[in-house]
Design a protein around this ligand. Structure first.
Ligand code: NAD
Length: 248
């Protein structure tokens, strides 16, 4: 039970990777605050036990500050934060971009992460301990045609992870990122639906060395590893969890 007596916040916990991460933290003994903008999703994610759900738009600093305060009021400490909330955008050439998408995507995917690092990070610095794990993406390591705001936001998360690791390291607070490859979740449902309609589901896994797409639980396992004392000497890193997609 790596998180016995510990408190974890998981954003984007109403679905997919965040839901799996909240469950993994809970199954290893943590008290978990599940955060999402989608109240219905949160209700469906809540594990049994001493946990809480809070509706919050991570791109809004005031709301994030409210989450951190609520967790401190209830449990008095924050040991781990999984900054996982994210949104996708359509893949298209930058010449065709609706530029209104950029502030939305950067607001959730990048500024949302910064908001939690700032406010939960302050608590962790005062405690003298803590671990933050940000969900970036392989798209933040190497983009491709049409990556636009999403890829840029995830590259920003990787860079922010390094910056924050430097700022918080002196307080014994670690900051890392995971970079998932293709995982079946609500976000990728349209891709999976189209592939299945065409009878081409296996093709979805063909872009990585393990020749299959991933499961949310496989990302949750990596997030919880980086959040745990098993990773006590790891900070400022971005770990691909992608079946070898970025290996070649
Ligand atoms: P998902 O859509 O199933 O879950 C994302 C969750 O984030 C949703 O519950 C959504 O309501 C929540 N969310 C969206 N905007 C929010 C906001 N402003 N405030 C709070 N919550 C908000 O998708 P997922 O695949 O589980 O995505 C989780 C993370 O993993 C994202 O950051 C995503 O970019 C990243 N990721 C996913 C894949 C993949 O293949 N699924 C690959 C690489 C990275």
């Amino acid at each position: 039970m790596r998180f016995e007596g510990k408190v974890a916040i998981v954003t984007g916990a109403g679905s997919g990777i965040g839901r799996a991460t909240a469950n993994r933290f809970a199954s290893e003994g943590a008290r978990v605050c599940l955060v999402d903008v989608n109240e219905d999703g949160l209700q469906g994610s809540l594990p049994e036990g001493d946990h809480m759900i809070l509706t919050c738009d991570v791109s809004d600093e005031t709301q994030v500050e409210g989450v951190v305060k609520a967790v401190m009021d209830k449990w008095g400490r924050i040991d781990a934060v999984a900054n996982n909330a994210g949104i996708a955008c359509t893949k298209e050439a930058i010449m065709d971009n609706d530029m209104a998408v950029w502030p939305k995507v950067l607001g959730v995917n990048l500024i949302g992460v910064a908001n939690f690092i700032k406010h939960a990070g302050r608590v962790m610095c005062d405690q003298g301990s803590g671990a933050i794990v940000n969900t970036a993406s392989v798209a933040g390591i190497r983009s491709g045609a049409g990556g636009n705001a999403y890829s840029a936001s995830k590259a920003g998360v990787i860079n922010l992870t390094q910056t924050a690791a430097c700022d918080l390291g002196g307080f014994n607070v670690r900051v890392n990122a995971v970079c998932p490859g293709l995982i079946e979740t609500g976000m990728t449902k349209p891709i999976f639906d189209i592939a299945r309609d065409k009878g081409k589901e296996e093709k979805l896994g063909s872009r990585c060395e393990l020749r299959r797409y991933g499961r949310p639980e496989e990302i949750a396992a990596a997030i919880c590893f980086l959040a745990s004392d098993d990773a006590s000497y790891i900070t400022g890193q971005a770990l691909p969890v992608d079946g070898g997609n970025t290996a070649s």
